[in-house]
Design a protein around this ligand. Structure first.
Ligand SMILES: C[S@@+](CC[C@H](N)C(=O)[O-])C[C@H]1O[C@@H](n2cnc3c(N)ncnc32)[C@H](O)[C@@H]1O
Length: 261
């Protein structure tokens, strides 16, 4: 099978929820594609940009359950590319940041399917920004780390060394961090982070239902539990949070995103 026999699969970033954060290229491809394969964190309003003839295919995952196994998603993409010229694989945020985009791209490449990535606006920058929180500030240090709080404990890849991160980075932006938050905070404190370090959690950033709490690090877990925060949420740790400029926060978009349990 040669590349000429397949259509192209575009791995497209949908951004973190607000449809206005789609890139121009993403919007163009979504409105022109023959098929769109999408995840849980893509709001309905973005799906409505497709043409009447576009085939929609949901491959969303919930934590702990895989509604469609990754192998099935891979084969759906190859099958679609066999008969259609433009297939969009739409992923929340950016496809290459904690989004398995690279795994899907590598699979498609192995099958001889032309594949192109379209970067998206990642939640770790846009969600804080919609609360007026800049992820870097000259006075808050010189480094920021994007890190996942959810790991496959299958020992096939290295775990996050939270104790080392406590000292290695001036600020942390944690994706999928809610479920293991108690463990993460504990490790950071053991690693030497001051208990009064500023921290915050934002749930459903950029869309209606957006909620934000700020607390000293040693209070964060109690606050998150008390106020019953859920996924999708971004956890932020570091003094950059103190440079919040609420006046610059955009209005969250009037679209709904699922709460993930
Ligand atoms: C599987 S990761 C995908 C990240 C995505 N590739 C990106 O670049 O933003 C999903 C996680 O991103 C974060 N996330 C995505 N959208 C979000 C939103 N609108 N508000 C808060 N967190 C969000 C949450 O931590 C969620 O559990």
């Amino acid at each position: 099978m040669t590349e000429a026999q397949y259509g192209t699969v575009y791995l497209v970033g949908a951004g973190p929820g607000d449809p206005d954060l789609l890139t121009v290229k993403a919007q163009r491809l979504i409105s022109q594609c023959d098929a769109l394969v999408y995840d849980s964190l893509v709001p309905q309003e973005i799906l409505e940009l497709v043409s009447d003839s576009c085939q929609l295919y949901f491959v969303g995952k919930r934590r702990g359950q895989h509604s469609v196994p990754q192998s099935k998603t891979n084969s759906v993409l190859v099958d679609m590319a066999r008969s259609l010229s433009c297939v969009v694989r739409l992923k929340g945020g950016d496809p290459f940041l904690f989004g398995r985009g690279a795994e899907e791209a590598a699979y498609l490449e192995r099958q001889g399917v032309p594949v192109e990535v379209v970067p998206g606006v990642t939640a770790g920058i846009a969600v804080p920004a919609y609360a007026g929180i800049p992820v870097t500030h000259r006075l808050a240090g010189s480094s920021i780390t994007f890190v996942t709080g959810h790991e496959d404990f299958d020992k096939r890849r290295p775990f996050v060394n939270w104790q080392a991160l406590a000292k290695a980075s001036d600020g942390l932006v944690i994706y999928m961090g809610l479920h293991n938050l108690s463990y993460i905070v504990n490790e950071l404190l053991i690693g030497g982070l001051c208990p009064s370090t500023s921290s915050a959690v934002i749930q459903q950033g950029t869309v209606i239902g957006q909620r934000c709490i700020k607390a000293p690090l040693n209070e964060l877990v109690r606050q998150v539990n008390k106020l019953q925060f859920h996924s999708p949420s971004i956890v932020m740790i570091g003094s950059y949070i103190d440079f919040q400029v609420e006046a610059c926060s955009p209005e969250p978009a009037n679209v709904t995103m699922p709460i993930l349990f």
